[in-house]
Design a binder for this molecule. Structure first.
Ligand code: URP
Ligand code: ZN
Ligand code: ZN
Ligand code: ZN
Length: 469
């Protein structure tokens, strides 16, 4: 006789973005089919007594297998990056598909799909990075790709090889206005940063710490203000990604008070690290080089307030891993000479959720529904993942079961990414996702990877709930 359910999760405390309540979850054919009391008749039952049952995390800001130029290699491919994400409680990640200059978006997508095919441990979907907005890219390719389910794209105001000027940003936003796609913006003023990098180097100030002083709050605040103004002029919603400080947050709050639809994102590095971490001996500061850079303790507190008060809708990792002690990583030959050549980005996809759970929920800064909203539900809503991010009948059975009593010390040796360090080494956390279920299949048990094979799938996306006005 076949059972009513393939899987029942029994006895746990469920949390959604609005509620916390005891219930069982019944799963069949990869979907949640019932939520209620005393569900019986399952091929397999998991006892979740004393644990929290949450939607699997969605990390909507992850870099995997991106080429980084000048012999630099990203430390994670799709296999190691999604494996690390899965063990950290995530069931979906949204990496970027980078358009290189001269390349069509279709060519770029063909490459990234080939890299991801058959080797992902979580479900995946791609944001596009538009670095070469030619008339044919904006006129034909991008609208066709939005219709095909690539419904978000990122533009950069910084990095010499990626930045768009204001005219190009306006034209790209216009495509979003016409198609309903969502634009994400990396807000830092490239010309101001170039000026400061040159000045630092001229003064012989070349150690990793100079990375932080060459990318000051004012450069981020100004670009945030400009991005929000450009979005207002075009009249499109916009995501301001990886916000690091209170002044940029204030720009978001002010634009919202004018009625602008804006999504704000912050990341663990802006809660847990400061610019002083870039001061490490023997170039160890390179381990913390990312953009925008970590700031001060006062800015960490500002970011916490943004998390508590709703300035931020999204908490993502911005996982962008490079090995440290490696000529193809942070300590490449030029990077040892000047901070200018240290690749930007740090790993964090596996510890994003435990850090926010421990520092946020366990320390009483946010409640469990807010945690769920910031780490799963809002990502699904903002980026059009209709069957993800919620525990509800009909949703994909993507579930993380958390033990709030599990204490760990973060050690890179225990993580599953391809880097050779963690910027969060030695941090104590309480709370860990001990069981992770993807599409109804148990992939992590007792905190250990038990997935027999990478079973994640590519997911096409709808238009953002924000852009569908
Ligand atoms: O330093 C960072 N964040 N590198 C990743 C690329 C980006 O700007 O998000
Ligand atoms: Zn039960
Ligand atoms: Zn960025
Ligand atoms: Zn990023």
């Amino acid at each position: 006789m076949s059972e009513a359910f393939d899987l029942v999760i029994h006895g746990g405390t469920l949390a959604t973005a609005s509620d916390v309540f005891p219930a069982d979850i019944g799963v069949r054919d990869g979907r949640i089919v019932q939520i209620g009391e005393n569900l019986l008749g399952a091929a397999r039952t998991i006892d979740a007594t004393g644990r929290y049952v949450l939607p699997g995390g969605i990390d909507s800001h992850v870099h995997l297998a991106q080429p980084s130029g000048e012999g630099i290699v990203m430390a994670d491919d799709f296999e190691s990056g999604t494996r690390s994400a899965l063990v950290g409680g995530n069931t979906t990640v949204l990496p970027f598909c980078l358009q290189e200059k001269g390349q069509s978006l279709r060519e770029a997508l063909t490459r990234y799909h080939a890299l991801a095919e058959g080797c992902c441990y979580t479900d995946v979907s791609f944001h596009l990075i538009v670095s070469d907005p030619t008339p044919s890219v904006l006129g034909q390719e991008l609208p066709a790709l939005v219709a095909d389910g690539y419904t978000s794209f990122k533009v950069f105001m910084t990095y010499e090889d990626l930045r768009l000027n204001d005219a190009e940003i306006l034209d790209t936003m216009e495509v979003a206005r016409r198609t309903g796609a969502l634009v994400m913006v990396h807000c830092e003023n490239e010309d101001a940063i170039r000026y400061l990098i040159n000045r630092h180097e001229a003064e012989g100030n070349v150690a990793p710490r100079a990375h932080a002083t060459s990318r000051p709050v004012a450069a981020e605040r100004e670009a945030t203000h400009r991005a929000l103004s450009l979005a207002e002029i075009v009249d499109v919603p916009v995501v301001i990604v990886h916000v690091s400080n209170g002044a940029a947050m204030a720009e978001i709050a002010r634009a919202r008070s004018r009625g602008r639809p804006i999504v704000g994102e912050t990341c663990p590095q802006y809660l847990m690290l400061t610019a002083a971490d870039l001061d490490g001996m023997d170039w160890e500061g390179a381990k913390f080089v990312c953009s925008p850079p970590p700031r001060t303790e006062a800015e960490q507190e500002a970011c916490w307030r943004g998390i508590e008060t709703g300035v931020f809708d999204l908490f993502s990792s911005d996982h962008c891993p490079f090995r440290y002690d490696d000529p193809a990583g942070k300590l490449n030959p030029k990077g040892r000479q000047s901070f200018r050549h240290i690749p930007n980005g740090i790993p964090g996809v596996e510890v994003r959720l435990p850090i926010l759970f421990s520092e946020g929920v366990m320390k009483g800064r946010i409640d469990l529904p807010r945690f769920v909203a910031l780490t799963a539900t809002n990502h699904a809503k903002v980026y059009g993942l209709e069957r993800k991010g919620r525990l509800a009948v009909g949703m994909d059975a993507d579930i993380a079961i958390w033990d709030p009593n599990e204490r760990r010390t973060i050690r890179h040796a225990d993580l599953h990414d391809g880097a050779d360090y963690s910027p969060y080494e030695g941090i104590h956390v309480q709370g860990w996702p001990t069981t992770v279920i993807l599409g109804g299949e148990v992939m992590v048990e007792g905190g250990r990877l038990v997935a027999p094979a990478p079973a994640g799938r590519y997911r096409s996306r709808s238009l953002s709930a924000l852009a569908r006005r």
